[in-house]
Write a protein that binds this ligand. Structure first.
Ligand code: ATP
Ligand code: MG
Length: 557
């Protein structure tokens, strides 16, 4: 049974789809509205893909619309580069948002909401330090207590909050807090901070603001402004739901509702923008789009298709318990799709020269199918001559009985060409094999073979007269352990030293000269590859997306 089959089959509705279906059936909403709310503090990763497929999937299935909303309330870590990267990635995954919004678009509105809360006696300006606030909060088993600032009058709070906005105070000098319940069993309800002072330049509002809303005072309110019906987030926000609902009730604004689902993590990698940023900054990888990164940009450069990523998200499904999905599942999805669409090409990674001593033609054009899975892909001409290259490890001088590749006196078929037999092994002075002299069987041509010779092995090859050198990046998993983020010590201790192996001067058949960025190929018997955007006219570079079979478990590298 394959890895992917082992994961739960998702045929029916997931639990969120069931909720939406029931809400629509009960007439609670005429149509639904969802949003995908990334914080632009890094590039999207495979975990975000689950959230994207879920949010956009709901409105694709039930109608309505999905907004893209940048949750840009933290000026220090957010950048326009990330905004652009995120938009590109969502579009590439195949989704279109109804509106592009920014939480920062609502700063003025949120400020008005805060004034409203102050006027209702439900928010106050607190001068305590963050340590004092933490101490006064109590513990999960001990209630917290209010300090004297909570006694401030509405007028005083209004004046101080305005002065906070005007930038009269330094960072950390004051905060605005909701006045909820210091005795609540939910720690987040113990007078949560709504606004903090931060004299920092924001990527969109510049220096306009000296105060910025906290997550709890931005997220639900933004949902409400956009009339989001089903606000889907991950499980760590369960305790925030009470504040979410409290604020909507007290502000008397559109009643969006929050629903939580479990994070999806992928084995042998990290799904945290902060940690991925560290890999980039400390140069463990070449950038956010390094093909070993679990980012959408990295997966794209690695040769993954949007279809394979969507298929992966569908297969792993939506649930309530966090889970670690084996990287083999994502790789399986890539193979499934690439097998259907990738053009077949021949590339010899470690060439060994073969001379066909009895081939007397100048050469001839043969044909090879571009994709046996897709008859419409047709065939391409490949030239055959008396000088070829095969893979060095497809030959063995002293072969065991069951060796079906080439060995002295043995016969193999060359893909889409002839059966050859190895007659002589040529070595240099040091004893290295430099050439094989072979003979071919003229009546064994593929498709019209009447030689009567039975061979078990078929080898890929290239023609010495027209092949050209390429560089190949063989990528493997970035980490040696399943869960580097939670392993003992630093996650950087677990980087796989063999995550990139470069093969210089592999020899490719000429059809690959026409490859364009984004084209995907199966190099016969080798795996799936795509052209890297760093390629130039002089040097084509191909990235290995996945091997043909799952070899990780066996070698345990
Ligand atoms: P990170 O720790 O990588 O920054 P995040 O949750 O802080 O993750 P956001 O930009 O806030 O990143 O996430 C946007 C949306 O994607 C949120 O709704 C979030 O819950 C969801 N999301 C993030 N990571 C995952 C994951 N691993 N699985 C499912 N959904 C995720
Ligand atoms: Mg976040």
């Amino acid at each position: 049974m394959t890895e992917a089959n082992k994961t739960e089959e998702k045929k029916g509705l997931n639990f969120l789809e069931e909720i939406v279906e029931a809400d629509l059936a009960a007439g609670k909403y005429k149509s639904i509205m969802t949003r995908f709310p990334p914080e632009p503090n890094g590039y999207l990763h495979i975990g975000h893909a689950s959230s994207i497929c879920l949010n956009f999937g709901l409105t694709q299935r039930f109608g309505g619309a999905t907004n893209l909303r940048f949750d840009d309330t933290n000026p220090v870590t957010e950048e326009t580069e990330y905004v652009d990267g995120i938009k590109k990635d969502i579009q590439w995954l195949g989704f279109n948002w109804a509106n592009e919004f920014y939480a920062s678009d609502y700063f003025e509105q949120l400020y008005t909401y805060a004034i409203d809360l102050i006027k209702k006696g439900l928010a106050y300006v607190d001068d305590s330090t963050s340590e004092e606030i933490a101490e006064q909060k109590g513990t999960p088993i001990q209630p917290g207590h209010r300090n004297r600032y909570a006694e401030r009058t509405v007028e005083e709070n209004l004046r101080l909050f305005e002065e906070m906005r005007e930038g009269r105070f330094k960072d950390g000098e004051k905060v605005l807090r909701a006045k909820i319940d210091m005795g609540s069993s939910n720690m987040i309800m113990r007078d949560p901070i709504l606004y903090r002072i931060k004299h920092a330049r924001h990527h969109r509002t510049g220096d306009q603001w000296a105060i910025y809303p906290m997550y709890d005072f931005a997220h639900g309110q933004s949902d409400s402004i956009e009339h989001i019906t089903h606000s889907v987030c991950t499980m760590e926000f369960v305790p925030h739901r009470e504040v979410y609902d409290w604020l909507i009730e007290k502000l008397e604004i559109y009643p969006s509702r929050q629903y939580e689902f479990a994070r999806r993590n992928l084995s042998h990698t990290l799904t945290s923008k902060r940690k991925l940023l560290q890999l980039v900054n400390e140069k463990y990888v070449s950038g956010w789009d390094d093909p070993r990164m679990p980012t959408i940009a990295g997966l794209r450069r690695r040769g993954y298709t949007p279809e394979s990523i969507r298929d992966y998200c569908e297969r792993i499904g939506v649930g309530k318990r966090d889970n670690m999905v084996d990287a083999a599942v994502l790789e399986f999805c890539a193979r499934e799709h690439l097998n259907k669409i990738a053009l077949r090409r021949m590339v010899v990674f470690d060439p060994l020269k073969v001379v066909i001593t009895n081939y007397e033609n100048e050469g001839e054009l043969l044909h090879s199918e571009n994709n046996p899975e897709d008859p419409e892909a047709g065939t391409r001409p490949i030239a055959f001559s008396n000088e070829l290259y095969i893979e060095r490890d497809d030959f063995m001088e002293e072969a065991p009985k069951k060796y079906f590749r080439l060995a002295p006196g043995k016969q193999v078929r060359l893909k889409s060409a002839y059966i050859i037999q190895c007659d002589e092994v040529i070595k240099d002075a040091a004893g290295n094999i430099t050439q094989l002299n072979c003979s071919y069987f003229a009546n064994s041509k593929s498709g019209e073979d009447n030689s009567g010779i039975n061979v078990k092995g078929t080898l890929h090859w290239v023609n010495a007269k027209d092949c050209f050198p390429i560089r190949i990046n063989e990528y493997d998993r970035l980490f040696t352990v399943e869960d580097p983020g939670n392993a003992e010590g630093a996650f950087t201790d677990y980087i796989n030293p063999h995550s990139l192996k470069v093969v210089e001067n592999a020899l490719a058949e000429p059809a690959l000269k026409e490859a364009a960025t984004g084209d995907r190929f199966q190099f016969l018997r080798k795996g799936y590859f795509t052209l890297d955007p760093d390629s130039t006219g002089q040097q084509l570079i191909f990235n290995r997306t996945v091997t043909l079979k799952d070899s990780w478990a066996k070698t345990g590298k």
